[in-house]
Each structure stands twice: as C-alpha cells, then as structure tokens.
Design a protein around this ligand. Structure first.
Ligand code: CO
Ligand code: CO
Ligand code: CO
Length: 325
C-alpha cells in the first residue's frame, strides 16, 4: 500500500504492551523483534510482491533478497524462511523457477527454506516470511542515529524507474541486466559490518523510497539527515529514464506523503523523482560514527564495497527531517 493509506490503517492499532517484544508497531521498524532469552532475540518479517522482470528465476532471487533485507537492516542473521506464492494453476513451470531462485538466494544467505503457502491468483506474487536472530545488545533499529553520524547508502537508487521502463520495453538491455543484478545482491556484508562499525541506526530502502525510509529513520532517531544530493548513487540509466518521464506512481505518492518533512533546496526535479522512487531490494541506509567508517569499509569488500557511498550526515533535529544540499 502507499504510505498515506497504510498509516491511516495502522493508526487504528495501538501496539499492546507485551513482555519480550523489543520492536513492534510503535515505532514501526523494518521487522518485529522478540526477545526469547537474555542472549537471543528473533527477528520476524514478511514481504512479497508482483513480478519485477520476465525471468522467473531472477524474480525469485530478487524477491528473496528483498525479504531477507529487513533482517539485515536490524543487524540480524537470517536462519529460516517460508515461501508465500500466489499463482495461477497454469503457470507451474514458472512457479518452480521462482521457488528455485528464492531457495538459491536463501541458501546463499546461509539460511534455509522450510515450507510455505500457496494461493491461486491470476496475478502472480511471491515472497518470503523470514526469521532471523540477533543478540539483543546488538540489535540495530531505526531509532539510534546520533548527531554527527556519517550516513552510508549501500546500493544505488532507481530500481522502480527501471522496472517501469522494463514493463514498457524502454530499458536498454545493459541497464536492465545491471539493475536486476544489483537487486539480487544480498545486504549481508553490510549487515555483518554494522557491529564492528559501531552503527547506531539502519534501515533498508524499499517501497517508500529513499525519502520515505530516511524520514522514518530521522523521525525515530530525533535527528535531521543532511544529504549531499549530488553524492546519492543512481543505477546506470535511471536518470535518463526518469528524465523521459518514466516515473512510477509510487514515487509521486511517496513525494506527496513525505515531502512536507523535506527541504529540497535546489535539488534537480529528475533527481527528486529518483529520491522518491520506490525501491525493490534496495540498499541499507546506515548511520555510524566517523570512527566506525574504516571498520565498515574493511567489512564490505568487492562489488558490495564499490556500491557503498557516503551521502551525508546526521545533525541535531532541525525544522525538517531531511535537508538536501
Ligand atoms: Co525494511
Ligand atoms: Co520490508
Ligand atoms: Co532497522
């Protein structure tokens, strides 16, 4: 759902006090977290969506990477996943490929798929319900960012724009292939580096776009995020496609809902669309002290390291949650 209608629904439900519940709806975070022992909490999350590409195996991989991401965004380790599939009976071959892609990605994460549930549906949907673990002292929520922290984004933006272009056959092959490959990358390395980097807050960038998820992190932490708009990484081809007007409806909904908390300053309107673009299997937005940056860089190597970018800094809370400069 869009951020407006969803918040209208969730407003009706107060989070009951419940022993052991460390993270629930108030404030909402990437996943629910429940303490089962002094040294063990479980992270629980569910995510599923319609196809992002024609190839079912690739879609399965991306949906699984996206589903696992909320566990990583809390500093956790995924251990167990269940499939959720809504599929018409006539597409069994495709469903087999989707599930194969999901299972391979979950195995890459060091976790296992141990079951699932299917529903007959003309419009296919696939995703995961994931259980992860974390030591309660090492749980990282959206709420801990400190003034002075450095902000790191671990994947470039623009997946929603490129998926829209793919649906209209407007994305060049190289643009498509690069975007799909990056969507399938696990946020695992960055998640594993959070502790050594003394990260104070983290969230993953998904349907509410960069502005939405960054606003939530800023609000929960009581800080303002000052972002160097020119440093925000974009997928190859995303800018040109957005400049051609290929911008998903969700980007406009995100801008409408979160825009009042944002000082855009002189941000180029095309870049604004990219900053509001709903992401599929986006990167982590990490807040960490400057002294943790070196340890973070050491922990995130290869292509994952190349994708990470320092994009700004947290400051004491100002009028707006996000300020672009
Ligand atoms: Co999330
Ligand atoms: Co999610
Ligand atoms: Co989080």
């Amino acid at each position: 759902m869009g951020p407006g209608p969803l918040s209208q629904v969730l407003r009706q439900f107060a989070q009951p006090d419940f022993p052991g519940l460390m993270v629930g709806l108030d404030p909402a975070d990437d996943a629910a977290v429940y303490r089962v022992a002094d040294d063990l909490a479980i992270i629980h999350t569910v995510d599923f969506f319609t196809p992002v590409c024609d190839d079912p195996y690739t879609w399965g991989q991306i949906a699984a990477a996206n589903g696992l991401s909320d566990v990583y965004a809390m500093g956790g380790t995924p251990v167990l996943a269940l499939n959720i599939a809504c599929f018409p009976d006539c597409l069994t071959d495709q469903l087999i490929e989707v599930l194969r892609g999901g299972a391979d990605k979950v195995a890459e994460a060091g976790a296992v798929i141990a079951g699932g549930h299917t529903v007959i549906d003309n419009e296919p949907k696939y995703g995961l319900c994931v259980v992860g673990t974390v030591h309660p002292d090492r749980l990282i929520t959206s709420a801990g960012a400190q003034p002075g922290d450095i902000l790191v984004l671990t994947k470039p933006l623009g997946t929603g724009i490129i998926i829209s272009a793919m649906r209209g056959n407007a994305a060049p092959d190289s643009v498509r292939d690069n975007a799909l490959a990056i969507m399938a990358v696990l946020n695992r390395q960055a998640a594993q580096a959070l502790s050594a980097a003394c990260a104070t807050a983290c969230t993953d960038i998904t349907g509410f776009g960069f502005v939405g998820h960054a606003s939530n992190l800023a609000r929960s932490s009581g800080v303002t995020l000052v972002i160097d708009a020119g440093k925000v990484p974009m997928l190859d081809g995303a800018y040109d496609l957005a400049a051609d007007g290929i911008v998903p409806a969700g980007a406009h909904a995100n801008r409408q809902h979160f825009g009042c908390g944002v000082d855009w300053n002189a941000t180029d309107p095309v870049l604004t669309d990219i900053l509001c673009d709903p992401q599929t299997s986006g990167g982590l937005l990490i807040s960490l002290p400057e002294r943790g940056l070196e340890a973070f860089g050491t922990g995130v190597s290869g292509r994952d390291g190349e994708l990470c970018t320092v994009i700004g800094q947290a400051t004491p809370r100002q009028d707006r949650l996000i300020v672009f400069r």
